[in-house]
Design a protein around this ligand. Structure first.
Ligand SMILES: Cc1ncc(COP(=O)(O)O)c(C=O)c1O
Length: 400
């Protein structure tokens, strides 16, 4: 008989699971955790989540839902109450005009992206993906059998994405363009004009636009914009939203899509055969988030703006570091290439590793986001943590 361990090692896993890698961000978290367990005081600037607690009125709604026994299955796509709350919030904030059957909720924005890509991307379909990209886009596309076509952007132009640059990459196999404004990892924000031009170009060529708007409320330009407001181009558009960043609800796991009804129906069908509905209690909490006072969002945004300015000024004061000015989300993406060739550092991975092991500061190397000269720093943390991180970074770089 084959021993169990051998049986597992020869177990034939699918070809598709071999196409993807674990998230680069998670790998850093694991390494930082290992150091912490050894008693090391790590300054963690790697995690992409708000440092704020979920606002009290949202927590109260979840507790009330439990006490009211709202603890059973719901419709797989989410309750009518919640889907209506989503379309109404979006209409109020962005002037869109979605119907209930054009909305679905899933277990986080990542799950929404996964479902949308699964129902739209066939083997060999090309998806235009601007660089730098959030780590999971590439793997989710590849898991569906799609081919990523990378749109290189210019750091000196703030990683700007234009319709002309997109047009140059379009082939007969192009199925989708992925947008993410404000972006993870660079905090880059596309102007409403640039977004509208890309959406128009896509609509003219019958290409889908998948717009990941998980950071749409963390736009610091004063021009919050959702492509979902471009009603005339909605036929080929999927807007993805998330409660995670806007309301400091990363652990609650709730995201949504706004898209044409047939796409939503397909996503709902897929979901009905996998997770079924997202947690009923969380659905009630999210209704409270979307229909309640929005002051908490404005307050958190104001604090991120303050922290953004603090970290950018601190980084720019370090000799050799170049840093674009992020206009949204809560990341900075400094260019650290001036340090290549010093102290055995020749890549972002080397830099991040050295910074973690010798400086005890956790950051994410840029390779996972598709660039070779950057690290990602999350500034969603207390200012004193940023100061400790900056001081350690300064000290380490001065010593190499
Ligand atoms: C660009 C982007 N999209 C989607 C997500 C997914 O967020 P969630 O699944 O928590 O809604 C993240 C999380 O970091 C993100 O950065």
């Amino acid at each position: 008989m084959t021993p169990v361990s051998e049986a597992v090692s020869v177990a034939k896993l699918t070809e598709r699971i071999g196409r993807i890698k674990p998230s680069a961000t998670m790998a850093v978290v694991a390494e930082a955790d290992k150091l912490r367990q050894q008693g090391v005081d790590v300054v963690d600037l790697s995690v992409g989540e708000p440092h704020f607690a979920t606002p009290q009125h949202i927590k109260d709604a979840a507790i009330a839902a439990i006490n009211a026994n709202f603890t059973k299955y719901t419709a797989a796509a989410g309750t009518a109450e919640l889907r209506d709350a989503i379309i109404q919030r979006h209409a109020a904030d962005f002037g869109s005009d979605y119907k209930r059957e054009e909305a679905v909720v899933s277990v986080g924005g990542k799950h929404v992206l996964f479902n949308a890509i699964q129902v739209l991307i066939e083997h060999g379909d090309e998806v235009i993906l601007p660089v730098p990209y959030w780590v999971s886009f590439k793997d989710i596309i590849q898991y569906a059998g799609g081919k990523c076509v990378f749109l290189e952007t210019d750091e000196a132009q703030g990683f700007r994405i234009t319709a002309e640059a997109v047009a140059r990459l379009v082939t007969p196999r192009t199925k989708m363009i992925l947008l993410n404004s404000p972006s993870n990892p660079a905090g880059a924000v596309m102007s409403p004009e640039d977004q509208a031009e890309v959406v128009k170009l896509a609509a003219e060529r019958g290409i889908w636009v998948l717009s990941d708007e998980c950071y749409v409320y963390l736009n610091y330009t004063g021009r919050e914009f959702s492509v979902g407001s471009l009603n005339e181009y909605r036929e080929r558009m999927i807007v993805v939203g998330s409660l995670s960043k806007t309301y400091a609800m990363t652990g609650w796991r709730m995201g949504y899509a706004l898209a044409p009804a047939p796409v939503i129906a397909a996503m709902q069908k897929l979901q009905s055969q996998s997770t079924s509905n997202p947690t009923s209690i969380v659905q009630k909490a999210v209704v409270a988030a979307l229909t309640g006072p929005q002051q908490c969002v404005a307050e958190m945004r104001a604090e991120y703006i303050r922290l953004r300015d603090h970290i950018v000024n601190g980084l720019r004061a370090i000799p050799g570091l170049k840093c674009t000015y992020p206009e949204g989300a809560f990341y900075v993406y400094p260019n650290i290439s001036a340090y290549f060739g010093r102290g055995g550092i020749n890549s972002p991975a080397d830099f991040s590793r050295r910074l973690l092991h010798d400086g005890h500061v956790a950051t994410v190397p840029g390779e996972g986001f598709g660039t070779n000269e950057h690290i990602r720093i999350s500034y969603a943390t207390a200012q004193k943590e940023l100061d400790r991180g900056l001081e350690r970074l300064r000290g380490l770089l001065a010593s190499i």
